[in-house]
Design a protein around this ligand. Structure first.
Ligand code: UGA
Length: 436
């Protein structure tokens, strides 16, 4: 099929490449000239495992092109809207200006029978509003909402082999959106991937409900970690034990510095704002608590660091391992790790932050910190080490070896990613989150 993907960020660039990989003819469009010229040269503008390979093969095959000109979408029959919906500068609502601008710019280029497919995470009601606009401006085209569940770090696999497909379609559609999407995702559909066809509102809600549930799960275990700290229990053993209950499940029950990134934090806030607009704010009041618990975790890690240093971080050299919001990503948006590093710096510490992929992005946001990509340089003469993002390189550090590099062997394991017994045996003063 001939496809356009509007917005070539973490979502759109992967989606465009994966669709071309599946054999479709794709044009990726973005207003950012730098991004487009990098993608056109088969260089991903961000770190995502597996993306360089499919981008390379798809551009080489001629099935994937990039443009900054929305008119390049005119040839396509299916148009994905994959632009960002960040938190508004003032308030908790989602900023829909990118979605609206992409949609409006596309209208003059829609062929007869074209299908516009929303992928961006939007407040419930957005699709119905856009469908009304389409009915006026381009009645020969149709709209579907097809939320995306990809995780950064696994984005390519999640796009090529999704665990479910959700199509929000119009009940009286003159374009058979379900058949078009089935054809597009034929490989996944034929592999038996669960597929839910529903109305617009449900499709929009599925996405934010999923992220709200995941955020709640993480904040739940972080709340348990506070109780564990207050009572001398071990939150990791607790998570293992409750996780054996299939109704609960062990995944997303890792206590630590909390969730961040471009999705979970802003999605729960936009969801509460939308619920309030709908007059049912009380239904999601608990998500404010989820947000509070999450933000408190950052403060807890800072407090633990200060306590480990004997009450003051002033002029102490602190190595912060990890700045990205999760491993296998270079994304530092709303990163708890970077937040902790910045707060420690604010307390007068000499912070040296390291990360395998995130240093460049972190430096752009917080140039006041000292950065290195070398773990050894970060550890050198440190009075304290804070593990803030559980990259494999940090999880597999040898405590004896690391102990020889630092000034004092003290570590705060902000992700409960290390074996406390092994680190203590190697002479480290070890402190995890909710672990005795
Ligand atoms: C999240 C969802 O998992 C995806 O399904 C969704 O498609 C995506 O948002 C989106 O809306 O686009 P992502 O932001 O890539 O994906 O990251 P997650 O893997 O969900 O991790 C989010 C944060 O939670 C990270 O900071 C991670 O470190 C933290 N986390 C995760 C924990 O603190 N504990 C856990 O047990 C799991």
């Amino acid at each position: 099929m001939r496809i356009s993907v509007i917005g070539c960020g973490y979502l759109g660039a992967v989606h465009a490449s994966a669709m071309a990989e599946l054999g479709h003819d794709v044009v990726g469009i973005d207003v950012d000239e730098r991004k487009i010229s990098q993608l056109a040269a088969a260089r991903p503008p961000f770190f995502e495992p597996g993306l360089p390979e499919i981008l390379e093969s798809a551009t080489a095959s001629g099935r994937l092109r990039f443009s900054t000109d929305i008119a390049a979408a005119a040839e396509a029959d299916v148009h994905f809207i994959a632009v960002g919906t960040p938190q508004q500068a003032s308030g908790y609502s989602a900023d829909l200006s990118y979605v609206d601008a992409a949609f409006e710019s596309l209208l003059p280029h829609l062929r007869h029978g074209a299908l516009v497919v929303g992928k961006s995470t939007v407040p419930v009601g957005t699709a119905a509003r856009l469908a009304n606009r389409l009915a006026d401006a381009a009645p020969h085209a149709a709209l579907a909402w097809n939320p995306e569940f990809l995780r950064e770090g696994f984005a390519v696999k999640d796009t090529l082999e999704p665990d479910r497909l959700v199509y929000g379609v119009a009940s009286d559609g003159h374009v058979d959106a379900t058949s078009v999407l089935d054809h597009l995702y034929r490989a996944a559909v034929e592999a038996g991937t669960p597929r839910i066809v529903t109305d617009y509102a449900t499709a929009e809600l599925v996405k934010v409900a999923a992220n709200a549930f995941l955020a709640t799960k993480i904040s739940f275990i972080n709340a348990m970690s506070e109780i564990a700290d207050a009572s001398g229990a071990d939150v990791t053993a607790l998570a293992d034990a409750i996780g054996h209950d299939a109704r609960i499940g062990r995944r997303f029950l890792n206590a630590g510095v909390g969730f961040g990134g471009g999705c979970l934090p802003k999605d729960i806030r936009a969801f509460t704002a939308r619920a309030e607009e709908l007059g049912v704010g009380h239904s999601l009041a608990f998500l404010k608590e989820v947000d509070q618990i999450n933000l408190r975790q950052r403060q807890r890690v800072v407090d633990l660091a200060v306590a480990a240093l004997g009450g003051s971080a002033y002029r102490k050299r602190i190595a912060v391992l990890g700045v990205t919001f999760k491993p296998d990503s270079d994304d530092v948006r709303d990163s708890p790790a970077l937040d902790v590093a910045v707060q420690l710096k604010g307390l007068g510490a000499e912070v040296v932050a390291t990360d395998p992929e995130g240093v460049e992005n972190a430096r752009r946001r917080h140039p006041q910190l000292e950065y290195t990509t070398s773990i050894d340089e970060a550890l050198a003469d440190a009075d304290l080490v804070v593990l803030a993002t559980e990259w494999r390189d940090y999880r597999t550090l040898d405590p004896a070896d690391a102990g020889r590099k630092v000034a004092t062997a003290r570590i705060i394991d902000g992700r409960n990613a290390l074996d406390p017994a092994a680190w203590r045996a190697a002479g480290w003063q070890y402190r995890g989150i909710g672990r005795p």
